[in-house]
Design a binder for this molecule. Structure first.
Ligand code: 28F
Length: 642
């Protein structure tokens, strides 16, 4: 360098070369690293300049070629870099762009609306880190050319080397990364270029980008052009998923030179895939554009759900997480002066963007929901399901955590525990209603039988959504009484009873409570069911007295069969049994509690599973199964409040 400087260069030129020398001394400062990532970064810098020309509205086609020697060619069909002289540097504009750090009009309030990357310091940085670099500018029927070598030293000043078609304009840059800088690798990866160039094409609708690789025996070539822009991006991202509405929804708007585009589609998965960009740069840490859209999404969905009576006024609103479950979304902001913040400088900081993004999204999305009620219902239903799952999970966690406290607090007099501490001979009866609980207390064996009366009404009134069920005091008492804990802390060895006996009436309320308990067990205590600890008491439906004999039967069929076997004119008294609460202690003892005479039904996982399924159906939105359930139970129907 000193030799060239001595022969041909002025003091200011030496400064220029010292500038590029600084880049070579600390490349990481300019391109992040000199690893494979840094190597590819060189391409992004040059492509960015071409994309800027496209954003300015003058370029439709960009071509990237990996040459056989791992040098790169980037071509665009824009206006071509200015070919005149630069008054400040006394050099051609082209030489200035490629040799002066921070040079270039777009870096100083030129005609460019937006810019990304290193704000144009890119071209000189790439030059500094290349073995050689060539630039060709097609303008006014001439091909302007300049070549640089060994880290950006001009071989000679820019000159015209050829004629070209009068109408042809554009810029071509060719460069070969310096292997003394990129010591790890100088080999380009097709897949890395493919991913990013495709992404750029998605983000700039209508821009054609062609990638080719001449290194192998066969030419590799891909062309990216997306007239639908980020709509097509969302469609691609959801290709392996199941969308819950057909169309990708798209909104765009501009204010004060700041443009916002949003494309979105919900799928039936549980996690959101939301990606935001500013000036084609992925904003990994989000920022004001993302915040504005998210805020508007939560607000608009809640408003719509309320206005359409899908949630009630005093229900908890849907949370941000609820409304983003299964949402695939791309947010793209183009800003003339973006401020990047955060740990990795990938968070958009411009405060004014929040409102613009909110406005663009909320106006469009509100209208979309109004005009597409079927899609709207699918979307809101999905959010409601997410909310229920969230609440249920939270309740389960709370109970798991509270378990410790409840251990030391006495059971508030509700649980009448047994005296025996050896679980293998203990039983707990979950009894429907206080009065039945009272009878059960009178005839139990207090050594081994614990009684927990349940207020059936509470469960009914609560409509027994699982999350609500978990906040129910009775159910919390059940969980505490079992001793096993719940969720992560569940331990079957800590179960305090060998038999858990559900004792409910043979009517629809009883069925309902049993279904609910089984659902609870199935979801939160499945190992207890699997290990065969759960039973249902079988309170009889009829009592048949004849002579000194008393016979209890469980069903109508059983009654008829028993009666048919009695001699013709036996004097008999048949009573239909009332609810558990109206049985006298003697009856209750004989039929359901006394271990020598009672009939218990062991609950299998299949029973619990079908209860769970029935529960989901009954509680779900499907009207048909609910009606069927009620009809089937009609013979006993009281006030079924589900
Ligand atoms: C293969 C890489 O770098 N393309 C570019 C242009 C066009 C202009 C420009 C670039 C203006 C004042 C510097 C043309 N006519 N592709 C590219 N295309 N740079 S880089 O201008 C640069 C600034 O000083 C251009 C009118 N205005 C701008």
């Amino acid at each position: 360098m000193s030799e060239i400087a001595k022969q041909e260069y002025t003091d200011s030129d030496i400064q220029v070369l010292e500038g590029l020398e600084a880049v070579r001394k600390r490349p990481g400062m300019y391109i992040g690293s000199t690893s494979e990532r840094g190597l590819h970064h060189l391409v992004w810098e040059i492509v960015d300049n071409a994309v800027d020309e496209a954003l300015a509205g003058y370029c439709d086609d960009i071509e990237v070629i990996i040459e056989k020697d791992n040098s790169i060619t980037v071509k665009d069909d824009g206006r071509g870099m200015p070919t005149g002289m630069n008054a400040k540097t006394g050099l051609s504009t082209i030489e200035t762009i490629f040799t002066v750090l921070h040079a270039g009009g777009k870096f100083g309030g030129g005609g460019y609306k937006v810019s990304g990357g290193l704000h144009g310091v890119g071209a000189s940085v790439v030059n500094a880190l290349s073995k050689w670099l060539e630039v060709y500018v097609y303008q006014h029927g001439e091909v302007h050319f300049q070549r640089f070598e060994n880290g950006g030293k001009p071989v000679e000043p820019m000159k015209v080397i050829d004629k070209c078609d009068e109408n042809r304009t554009g810029t071509t840059v060719k460069f070969k990364p310096d292997d003394t800088i990129f010591t790890e690798t100088t080999e380009y990866k097709y897949s890395i270029l493919y991913e990013r160039l495709q992404e750029i094409a998605f983000l700039n609708k209508g821009l054609r980008i062609i990638l080719s690789d001449t290194r192998g025996s066969e030419l590799k070539r891909d062309e990216f052009i997306y007239n639908g822009g980020i709509i097509e991006y969302v469609r691609l991202l959801n290709k392996t998923k199941t969308p819950i509405h057909e169309d990708v929804v798209y909104f765009e708007g501009e204010e004060d030179g700041i443009s916002i585009e949003i494309a979105m589609q919900y799928n039936n998965s549980y996690s959101p895939s939301i990606y935001s960009y500013t000036n084609n740069i992925k904003t990994h840490e989000g920022g004001t554009h993302e915040d504005g859209v998210k805020r508007a999404l939560t607000r608009i969905i809640n408003n719509y759900a309320k206005n359409n009576k899908m949630i009630k006024d005093n229900d908890d609103p849907l949370s941000g997480d609820d409304v983003r479950e299964g949402l695939t979304m791309i947010i793209s902001c183009k800003h003339p002066d973006p401020q990047f913040e955060g740990q990795t400088k990938t968070k958009l900081g411009n405060a004014e963007v929040r409102k613009i993004a909110d406005d663009v999204f909320s106006t469009g999305f509100e209208r979309y929901l109004m005009e597409n009620p079927t899609d709207a219902k699918e979307i809101i239903d999905k959010c409601l399901t997410a909310a229920r799952a969230r609440i249920a999970a939270k309740k389960a966690r709370e109970i798991a955590h509270r378990k410790g406290d409840l251990d030391v607090v006495p059971f508030g007099g509700k649980l009448q525990d047994c005296k025996e501490k050896d679980p293998s001979i203990c039983e707990i009866f979950l009894v429907e209603g206080d009065s039945a609980g009272g009878s059960a207390l009178k005839c139990r064996d207090s050594m081994t039988q614990a009684i927990l009366p349940l207020k059936g009404k509470i469960l009914n009134v609560e409509k027994a959504r699982l999350d609500k069920a978990l906040s129910n005091d009775e159910i919390r008492t059940i969980i505490t009484a079992f001793g096993t804990g719940i969720g992560d802390e569940f331990d079957l060895n800590k179960l305090r009873y060998d038999k858990i006996i559900i004792m409910t009436d043979a009517d629809v309320d009883g069925d309902h409570i049993r279904v609910l308990l089984l659902t609870l067990f199935y979801r939160f205590f499945r190992p207890i069911v699997e290990a065969g600890h759960v039973y249902a008491a079988q309170p009889p439906l009829f009592c048949i007295k004849h002579g000194k004999t008393i016979k209890y039967v469980l069903t109508e069929e059983e009654k008829n069969e028993y009666l048919s076997k009695l001699p013709e004119n036996t004097k008999k008294e048949i009573t239909r049994m009332k609810g558990l609460g109206e049985m006298d202690p003697h009856e209750l003892d004989e039929t359901t509690m006394n271990i020598n005479t009672r009939v218990l039904k062991k609950i299998t996982v299949a029973d619990a599973m079908s209860a769970d399924a029935a529960f989901s159906k009954i509680m779900g939105e499907e009207v048909e199964p609910r009606r069927k359930f009620i009809e089937e139970k009609a013979p006993y129907a009281q006030d079924l409040d589900i």
